[in-house]
Design a protein around this ligand. Structure first.
Ligand code: ADP
Length: 605
């Protein structure tokens, strides 16, 4: 409680009043005492002038002759000295008013040889032998007027030659001074208590008048700190608190502007971070995660990021990096790592960031490189596939031609068979190269764009089915066309669509056993033309379906090769339909039961 400014001010105020009161009392008491002592000294100086001293001396030494000379000499002397004392007393009594003789002050005449009181103003018979009295008895006038003594006195020796006959002694017991001092102390004590109470009340009021505005200011400052800028009203007061209030308002306004700017910047950065395609993680120097964006959660496939610690997390995903490596070995620049999370490839870039000119932590930028990786892989696979596909017929051609060369006497029939094989392998190579060229043109978007022509899909399908019926007949297969409803005429590249459909129908024929059935449907569904080729052939395993449109992918390589397939037909069909018609091709199949290929072409070309 006493730590508050309010109490401190009150206590200081009370203490000041107390000190002032004590000082006043002290000086009052000193004043009273010195007044009495001064008054005593003045009285003595005033009464005991040289003239009166001489009178006293004369009175002490005058020899009086008694009028009736009776008795012996001692009686005569005794009577004479009584006269002397009486005269001294008369002189003193005549000045008792000036000497201020009261109940506390008296004078007396003391016998110089015996030291006893002969006569006194108040009947005193015995006096204390003070230093002044002792000195006077030894013949020296003396007085005591120091205020630290509890009495004041004056002793004047009345000499008779060299001997002290009498001593005139005036003493003040300071009873009056003490009574006044006591009364003064009582008054001082009462006034002290009163002034204490009054100073406590005033101290509280004054301290309140200072501290209440400060308390309010502190309260408003706290609200300001919490962002409530309206908490403070501009003060018209010109005192220190008024100035402080206005300075605080100014400070708060400046702070608000800069914090708004900082907030704006923060929101901007936050928006950029949240909408980045890359994931961002930020760690402090202890390895605690301090910031992350949405993308990082997605890329790292984590719903929560609460318990992430740098070293543990990057060990978990096999990034092969620790906080120590980055902070102490690579404080500048960045470090790159690639990791694989399930079927996703991620590139992680680690860099330190600075705060107050010191390294403040680590920023990790996560980039999804799955597409690049897949592209790279498919490029490698493609090169390997092309080499393989071309090497196989080349090897056959080479071995057959070498055999022919080595056997000049071989009969004509065998020669023709060998040459047939060489020719068919050459055709195969030609087909592969032709397909590759088509794909390459499609990749480069270099296909010759013909002026769109009218395509009557129904007629096209009838013609294809008719042409391929011959091949179907050879395998005892039943190939039929079943238009479901009327399909509109569309505009586009006739050859592209025909090639894609022929490819799908010929696959159905190739991969359906003898006696099987192939049905071709056409229909208009909403704004799309739907062409379906359904067979009851060998079907495709479910796990192979996702790869069916990949280049050179064949479910059964041997069977495909035997039937003259290149593994490029569906890839070409998909790419050409997409680029020339904005169409789609889908395949669904049940192993050993059959396959259904659906081509969808939007009517609006
Ligand atoms: P290919 O020239 O080998 O036929 P495609 O790209 O046309 O190449 O077809 C890819 C693979 O898809 C084929 O090798 C075959 O294994 C499979 N496939 C395509 N159509 C069918 C179908 N109707 N029935 C069963 N398998 C099929």
């Amino acid at each position: 409680m006493f730590k508050s400014i309010r109490w401190k001010i009150t206590i200081i105020f009370v203490l000041l009043v107390l000190v002032a009161e004590i000082l006043i009392g002290f000086f009052n008491l000193i004043g009273v005492a010195s007044h009495y002592h001064r008054e005593f000294s003045n009285s003595i100086d005033k009464v005991f002038t040289e003239e009166i001293k001489n009178d006293l001396l004369a009175a002490a030494n005058e020899i009086t002759v008694p009028t009736i000379q009776e008795g012996d000499l001692s009686t005569v002397i005794q009577e004479s000295s009584l006269n002397n004392i009486s005269m001294i007393n008369d002189i003193l009594a005549s000045h008792s008013g000036s000497l201020g003789i009261t109940a506390s002050r008296f004078y007396c005449i003391i016998d110089g040889s015996l030291g006893n009181v002969i006569q006194s103003s108040d009947g005193t018979t015995n006096v204390e032998k003070t230093p002044s009295l002792t000195e006077a008895l030894n013949g020296t006038e003396s007085r005591e007027t120091r205020i630290n003594k509890m009495y004041m006195d004056y002793a004047f020796p009345l000499m008779n030659g060299d001997t002290v006959k009498y001593v005139v002694y005036v003493k003040d017991n300071c009873h009056q001074q003490n009574a006044v001092t006591k009364a003064l102390i009582d008054i001082l004590l009462v006034s002290l208590v009163l002034s204490l109470v009054i100073s406590l009340i005033f101290g509280t009021i004054i301290s309140k008048s200072i501290t209440v505005p400060i308390q309010q200011l502190a309260l408003h400052a706290r609200k300001l700190a919490d962002g409530d800028i309206t908490a403070l009203q501009k003060s018209d007061s010109k005192d220190e608190i008024g100035n402080l209030t206005n300075s605080l308002i100014q400070l708060a306004q400046t702070r608000k502007i800069s914090s708004e700017q900082a907030m704006g910047e923060k929101i901007k950065v936050e928006t950029i971070l949240q909408n980045m395609n890359d994931g961002i993680l930020a760690f402090d120097m202890k390895g605690n995660l301090i910031h992350y964006n949405r993308e990082s959660k997605k890329l790292l496939k984590r719903r929560y990021f609460d318990d992430i610690k740098f070293d543990r997390f990057f060990k978990e995903i096999n990034a092969g990096i620790t906080l120590g490596d980055l902070l102490y070995m690579q404080p500048e620049g960045s470090v790159e790592r690639e990791v694989k999370l399930s079927n996703q490839y991620l590139r992680l870039n680690f860099a330190t960031f600075k705060m107050d000119n010191k390294i403040g932590g680590i920023i990790v930028v996560i980039h999804d490189i799955t597409k690049q990786e897949k592209l790279e892989k498919s490029r490698r696979d493609f090169v390997a596939n092309v080499s393989h596909e071309l090497r196989t017929p080349l090897t056959t051609i080479k071995s057959y031609s070498e055999t022919l060369a080595d056997m000049p006497d071989v009969d004509r029939e065998l020669q023709v068979r060998f040459l047939d094989v060489i020719a068919s392998e050459s055709d195969r190579m030609a087909r592969i190269i032709s397909d590759l060229l088509t794909l390459s043109e499609l990749d480069e978007n270099q296909t010759y764009i013909k002026t769109p022509e009218k395509i009557d899909v129904r007629k096209m399908l009838e013609s294809i089915v008719e042409r391929m019926s011959l091949t179907a007949k050879k395998k005892n297969q039943k190939l039929t066309y079943r238009p479901t409803n009327e399909v509109p005429v569309i505009m586009g590249d006739y050859d592209v669509l025909e090639r894609a459909i022929i490819n799908v129908v010929s696959n159905a024929l190739k991969y359906t056993s003898d006696g099987g059935e192939i049905k071709v449907y056409s229909s208009k569904v909403y704004n799309d033309i739907c062409i379906k080729v359904v067979d009851n052939g060998i079907g495709i395993q479910e796990d192979k379906l996702p790869h069916i449109f990949d280049r050179f992918y064949r479910v059964d390589k041997a069977r495909s090769r035997d039937t003259g397939g290149t593994g490029l037909g569906l890839a070409i069909a998909k790419q050409s339909l997409e680029s020339s018609f904005g169409g789609k091709i889908k395949i669904s199949s049940e192993f050993h039961k059959g396959t259904e290929v659906t081509i969808t072409i939007p009517c609006k070309q």
